[in-house]
Design a protein around this ligand. Structure first.
Ligand code: ATR
Length: 291
């Protein structure tokens, strides 16, 4: 069912912190589209009632954030292959009595590196180390597999969680995916072309204990999906060693674009101005908190 003007949303609990409205509203006004994008506070208990609103055709779709990324899955009439592989949905597209669940985090990750480090996936050494083994690690794994990486090592504080992901990604064979502990980093650092942090380390300026970045090859790219702060200690340490780095803010912008295109029929442009506005908004929030 389509409405006029089309309405989209982001649901979560909490939701006030979400930067998605800023992104989508900027694009709506830039393209003169008479649509809307609303943050809606939905608790876990309220999720089924919200799905009823979707079924009634109130919205063309929207984004789903914590704590609903998994919980929404049984309500979807269809899931994209990658949402299923990642085990989480961040984008819903509602059309013709269907609720399609997608995951665009992996697209956001890949396109952020396309923009920030062109050719990142074309290096001869198609080998990566992924730090962390939560939901975000699965999205990054899908991106690396899609971009032809042949050897991926997931290292996590709790090694069994990394091994669990390896087992869940058996479909990706012949890509070699191995699990291990963070303490294995030194052993594998020299032969990797990319290091991605997907763990919570880095948020609010926290640092990994004993991660010997000096073992990395000089052409290794280091990236972080944490973007508060913009330059995490991991990125700062890598940069101090002369390594190329890409921050995680672009991933947030790039993951939003496929949803906008599906709901409003226009592929949005990702401009330096948009990134600047997002940075300003994050900075204002940090300042308000006194951090
Ligand atoms: P998400 O779904 O966003 O990826 P998550 O499932 O909570 O979030 O995963 C958080 C990741 O950060 C995990 O890999 C976690 O490691 P554990 O599995 O050992 O808990 C990692 N993490 C959080 N704090 C950490 C710390 N201080 N040192 C190392 N890893 C940490």
């Amino acid at each position: 069912m389509s409405q006029n003007p089309p309405r989209a949303f982001v649901i979560g609990d909490p939701i006030a912190h979400s930067r998605s409205p800023l992104l989508h509203r900027t694009w709506l006004s830039q393209y003169g589209i008479a649509g809307s994008y609303e943050p809606i506070h939905v608790t876990s208990r309220e999720l089924p009632a919200f799905v009823e609103r979707l079924r009634a055709g109130e919205f063309v779709g929207g984004n789903v954030t914590i704590p609903h990324k998994q919980a929404i899955m049984p309500f979807c009439t269809r899931l994209s292959d990658n949402a299923r592989r990642i085990g989480a949905v961040n984008t819903l597209v509602v059309a013709k009595n269907e609720i399609l669940g997608r995951n665009t985090d992996w697209i956001g990750f890949a396109r952020n590196l396309d923009a920030g480090a062109p050719g990142w996936d074309q290096k001869a050494n198609k080998s990566a180390i992924v730090l962390g083994a939560g939901g975000a690690a699965r999205a990054i794994l899908v991106a690396l597999i899609a971009r032809g990486f042949s050897k991926i090592r997931i290292l996590n504080r709790t090694a069994p969680k990394a091994h669990e992901i390896v087992a869940d990604f058996s479909w990706a064979a012949p890509v070699h995916i191995h699990g291990g502990a963070l303490t294995d980093f030194a052993r594998h650092a020299g032969s990797t072309g990319l290091v991605v942090n997907t763990s919570a380390v880095g948020m609010h300026g926290t640092r990994f204990d004993n991660l010997p970045l000096d073992r990395l090859a000089p052409d290794c790219l280091v990236t972080d999906i944490v973007y508060t702060p913009l330059e995490t200690p991991l990125l700062a340490d890598a940069r101090a060693l002369g390594l190329e780095t890409v921050d995680g803010l672009g991933m947030l912008i790039h993951q939003a674009a496929p949803g906008f295109a599906a709901w409003f029929g226009r592929e949005p442009e990702i401009t330096p101005q948009l990134r600047f506005e997002l940075e300003q908004s994050l900075f204002a929030k940090a300042k308000a908190k006194g951090s």
